[in-house]
Design a protein around this ligand. Structure first.
Ligand code: NAD
Ligand code: UDP
Length: 349
């Protein structure tokens, strides 16, 4: 029997790619999303890309803070597990609107956990972030590093991780996998789904993409005086399809009968890439020049962050397959086919 997974935030960037991988792996997926930072078009395209498995997706436009609505979803379907992506993720916005972030991310998660518990669904995969390593004193970051947060968004991830550890201590029936993502980029190789942030992009690659399609004049490089190979910040970029596959591996671990408890895994490639290296790779993939404006450091930014991947490789049997060439190739493919994201027609429609 196919297992059924509830995916919160499944219309979003990582969620939509993961739902596609879930369907292709033979799972049934029920997506709840309030479409605050996404489009229902993504769900339609995922169903199309899944071919014969496209019938195995159901979408509900629901805010996870609406407990009554969540209750209805759980009353109508028995879920084998939940993958919880739903949340707000803009670091800068979280500094200006901390209550919005605590309300949406933390209250939303508590609601979800309460409804899951009431319905006896106690298997969870949660989207945490490398942001919980704060400014790491050394690299690569291992899962045992001390945790800290440098902004309200990061604190929501830290608090939710702690909440998950507490509920597992209180009730060992819970099996929880916390996945700490490094820097997801790229898009599905078809070019039909990808990242489509609302408003001003906060992250490097959505910004680069918007410069390449002529929506913005230049990329501002935040600091070229770091102690790195070329002075710009270093991050661990990971192809979104690799990241999505990491969720399938996590689910398999939840279902294989082993004692999991509340376990945490990094999802990264283990390789550090600078801003200038990433821009060069994107220019090569797209044939577009990305004009640069060098500016001061962005407040709060760490210098070098990349993952230790040993634990995920050993225990989840998962390893990223793609490098920055494929990430940039697929990001450009999505951007050139959909320069205005989901806001313009898909050439295939
Ligand atoms: P995204 O904004 O594209 O997806 C999040 C989805 O959640 C959106 O579709 C949004 O509409 C939905 N959502 C938000 N609040 C909701 C609510 N209260 N009820 C229902 N739906 C709600 O972001 P993403 O990049 O796909 O990120 C997914 C998860 O991964 C988030 O929790 C994010 O914090 C985490 N994460 C992302 C990154 C990254 O760089 N993209 C890195 C680390 C962790
Ligand atoms: N960055 C930049 N210009 C931008 C956005 C990001 O130079 O417009 C840099 C940023 O300083 C960091 C890297 O790109 O060194 C990755 O930033 P992003 O916000 O994508 O990820 P995070 O810093 O949260 O890991």
């Amino acid at each position: 029997m196919a297992k059924t997974v509830l995916v919160t935030g499944g219309a979003g960037y990582i969620g939509s790619h993961t739902v596609l991988q879930l369907l292709l792996a033979g799972f049934k997926a029920v997506v709840v999303d309030n479409l605050e930072n996404s489009s229902e078009v993504a769900i339609k395209r995922v169903a199309e890309l899944a071919g014969e498995f496209g019938k195995n997706i159901i979408f509900h436009k629901i805010d996870i803070r609406d407990k009554e609505a969540l209750e209805k979803v759980f009353a109508s379907t028995t879920f084998d597990a939940v993958i919880h992506f739903a949340g707000l993720k803009a670091v800068g916005e979280s500094v200006h609107k901390p209550l919005l972030y605590y309300n949406n991310n933390i209250i939303g998660t508590i609601n979800l956990l309460e409804v899951m518990s009431a319905h006896g669904c106690k298997k969870l995969v949660f989207s945490s972030s490398a942001t919980v390593y704060g400014w790491p004193k050394e690299v690569p970051c291992t899962e045992e590093f001390d945790l800290s947060a440098t902004n309200p968004y990061g604190r929501t991830k830290l608090f939710i991780e702690e909440i998950c550890r507490d509920i597992h201590i209180s009730d060992p029936d819970w099996s929880i996998i916390l996945l700490r993502y490094f820097n997801p980029v790229g898009a599905h190789p078809s070019g039909h789904i990808g990242e489509d942030p609302r408003g001003f992009p906060n992250n490097l690659m959505p910004f680069v993409q918007q410069v390449a399609v002529g929506r913005r004049p230049a990329l501002t490089v935040f600091g070229n005086d770091y102690s790195t190979k070329d002075g710009t910040g270093v991050r661990d970029y990971i192809h979104v399809v690799d990241l999505s596959d990491g969720h399938i591996s996590a689910l398999q671990k939840l279902f294989d009968g082993s004692e999991i408890g509340c376990e945490v895994y990094n999802l990264g490639t283990g390789k550090g890439t600078s801003v200038l290296e990433m821009v060069a790779a994107f220019e090569k993939a797209s044939g577009k020049e990305i004009p640069l404006v060098i500016a001061g450091r962005r407040p709060g930014d760490a210098e070098i962050v990349y993952a230790s991947t040993a634990k995920a490789e050993k225990e989840l049997h998962w390893k990223a397959k793609y490098g920055i060439e494929e990430m940039c190739r697929d990001q450009w493919n999505w951007a050139s086919m959909n320069p205005w994201g989901y806001g313009c027609p898909d050439p295939a429609d």
